[in-house]
Design a protein around this ligand. Structure first.
Ligand code: DQA
Length: 151
């Protein structure tokens, strides 16, 4: 099973940006954690991070041609603004889990909207880096026909 883990704008700044919300661990620490989990669970994982909306759309489209089985995505601020990312996920019909490190539902009003959520099989918020691993496990279970409720 092939899973693509995607991160949007400013997530390359993990460890530096707003540690009260996102912790002190870096983007490289996140990748190492995910790589280890992928090995342990027998999943093939690849990564993509960009600060640019169009580059994220391109990567979602490429996932279709690369026959990716599932996407875990933290779209960062594009969560709250991007119809293009929503349409990209709808275009490829790849099961996609939306992840947020922070508990977005307890933050500013403008973070209460998520466009991409409309095309996602599950949303995970406020679990730190562990949310990405939970998203991977959910996609694996889904592929094996064992996933429960996505909410
Ligand atoms: C975030 C939450 C977003 O509102 C914010 O713009 C981010 C990170 C999170 O992981 O909690 O960049 O997606």
């Amino acid at each position: 099973m092939k899973i693509l883990v995607m991160n949007g704008p400013n997530l390359n700044m993990l460890g530096i940006r707003e540690p009260a919300h996102y912790g002190r661990e870096t983007y490289e620490d996140l990748l190492a954690l995910i790589r280890r989990h992928a090995e342990e669970t027998g999943v093939e994982v690849s990564f993509f991070q960009s600060n640019h909306e169009g580059a994220l759309v391109d990567a979602i489209q490429q996932a279709y041609f690369d026959k990716v089985d599932g996407i875990v995505i933290n779209p960062g601020a594009y969560t709250h603004t991007s119809v293009a990312l929503l349409d990209a996920v709808k275009s490829v019909s790849i099961p996609t889990v939306e992840v947020h490190i922070s508990k977005v539902e307890e933050r500013e009003d403008f973070r209460q909207v998520s466009y991409i959520r409309l095309a996602c099989v599950k949303t995970i918020t406020g679990k730190g880096f562990a949310g990405y691993l939970e998203g991977m496990d959910f996609l694996k279970a889904l592929a094996e026909g064992e996933a429960g409720d996505g909410c």
